[in-house]
Every structure is written in structure tokens, then in C-alpha cells.
Design a protein around this ligand. Structure first.
Ligand SMILES: [Zn+2]
Length: 122
């Protein structure tokens, strides 16, 4: 069952990583079970459907969706500099140069934004 104390889905692992909880707020609607029943909360229907489809794999699916979206954003909306890790990804629209390593998005943006730009003689 979901939410059983001490029996969460986290299994021992040896890759040096540890799964830690993050807060994800989902809208709920209050309802009453019968005329004198307990007050309960029901998640919005799209989330209920999501859990119905993916069952105990809903968190795994959520992580996979986030990773998929990030990959898409990096491919479509960002460019990479020579730095390492997350910092090498910059937004195409607003970040024309990496502040850390100084690399420009491309020659064109450099020509527009670099005050010290001079045409190379070849
Ligand atoms: Zn950089």
C-alpha cells in the first residue's frame, strides 16, 4: 500500500544515490462520505486517472516524464558550452554567452553582442 510507514518504495541501493522526497502539490476537492460521514479529500480527476493507469509505478512514470521533458528542452531551447554538468546548458533566447567559461552561443550572437568583436582576417 501507498504511504505505509517504514515500508516506502525506497530499496537499499549501492550506486551512492539516495531517493529523497520532494513536495509536489496536487489540487484536491473536499467531499463528505454520506450525510453524516467523514470529510474526505479527492485528487483532481487527471491525477486520479494517472494513478489508475500507472498504479504503483506512478512516481517512476513522473520521474521519467520530467527527464523526457528536460531532454526535450535541452535539445530544442538550449545550447551547450564547454563547462560541465547542468551549468553548460544555456537558454537560446536570453543567454548568449556563458558567464563561467566565456563561450558564446555561436559566431553570429558574438558578432552582435561582443563589443570587442573584430572580424578575423584569414
Ligand atoms: Zn561555460
Amino acid at each position: 500500500m501507498v504511504g505505509q510507514k517504514g515500508k516506502s518504495g525506497r530499496k537499499p541501493r549501492s550506486d551512492g544515490l539516495k531517493a529523497r522526497p520532494v513536495a509536489l502539490y496536487i489540487d484536491h476537492m473536499e467531499y463528505q462520505e454520506g450525510p453524516k460521514g467523514k470529510t474526505r479529500w479527492a485528487a483532481v480527476s487527471w491525477f486520479q486517472q494517472f494513478k489508475r493507469i500507472y498504479g504503483s509505478r506512478w512516481q517512476e512514470k513522473t520521474r521519467s516524464l520530467i527527464q523526457h521533458q528536460i531532454k526535450k528542452d535541452q535539445d530544442q531551447r538550449m545550447w551547450m558550452c564547454g563547462c560541465s554538468g547542468n551549468m553548460r546548458y544555456h537558454f537560446k533566447g536570453s543567454q548568449v554567452q556563458c558567464h563561467k567559461c566565456g563561450q558564446w552561443r555561436n559566431e553570429h550572437t558574438r558578432r552582435i553582442h561582443d563589443p570587442n568583436y573584430t572580424l578575423r582576417k584569414s
